[in-house]
Design a protein around this ligand. Sequence first.
Ligand code: ATP
Ligand code: MG
Length: 267
Amino acid sequence: MKFGIDAGGTLVKMVKEENNQRFYSKYLSTEIEEVAEMLKQFPEAEVALTGGKATYLQSLIPQEAFQSIEFDATFKGIQTFLKQYQHPLENYIFTNVGTGTSIHHVERDKQERAGGTGAGGGMIQGLGYLLTGETDFERLVTLAAQGDRDNIDLKVKHIYKGDKTPIPGELTAANFGRVLHTKDHVTYSDADKLAAAVGVVGETVTTVSIHAAREFNAEYVVYIGSSFLGNDLLKEVVMRYTVLRGFRPYFIENGEYSGALGTLKLM
Ligand code: ATP
Ligand code: MG
């Protein structure tokens, strides 16, 4: 039995391989001690770790685990998934929208970090809480999907009232920039505020990714990370914005387990 575990800032992702079958599970990082208790039940298991809390998890378990660097593990996992899903790519960007966002360029069998942004899943949770008091991720994203950010975000077409726009009018000119124009005649629901929060994260992540794609002449941006889980709005914003800017988005099924799978495969 083999375990690949990516212990991240918010979630611990686990891949178990047994009899050629793969099982996926995840836990809150605040419950990492429970993950360790579970691993103690299988002292003979081979364990591979990665992620920011890997060394801490190692200190809690009896197995002498293999450890890999998070970026190498994530890359290995992505390559494994792309092969499995028969979607070969040679020159691409991958963007991991975790608690924070990390952006990488891949050329054949080499990955190199190309940048990042503090806008990511942690910002959706933190800003979402500040705006609405909601702490439950599932409720937060369900509500966000029902919102409308038209009265909150300022688009290019709003600035160029009726005039020809030098860039597409549907692009956001200023996230939250319309609020002071609309505040006297509209009320903003929690859903609207959350939609705008997801919007600013999605657009920031996409903008930074696309700059990397342009720099490295890549056609595809591969998006992974638990921030997309059940979060169709984030997916839609990222997809639409990537296409609008002239690149091709690709979302990997189970992609949030790339680090966990990758460290297992590197062992
Ligand atoms: P990092 O890689 O930055 O250390 P991480 O590996 O923990 O962090 P991910 O697991 O990829 O990051 O994504 C974390 C994000 O996923 C959260 O910030 C949140 O937006 C989202 N998320 C999805 N499901 C949940 C959940 N059940 N509880 C909390 N956050 C969730
Ligand atoms: Mg992570």
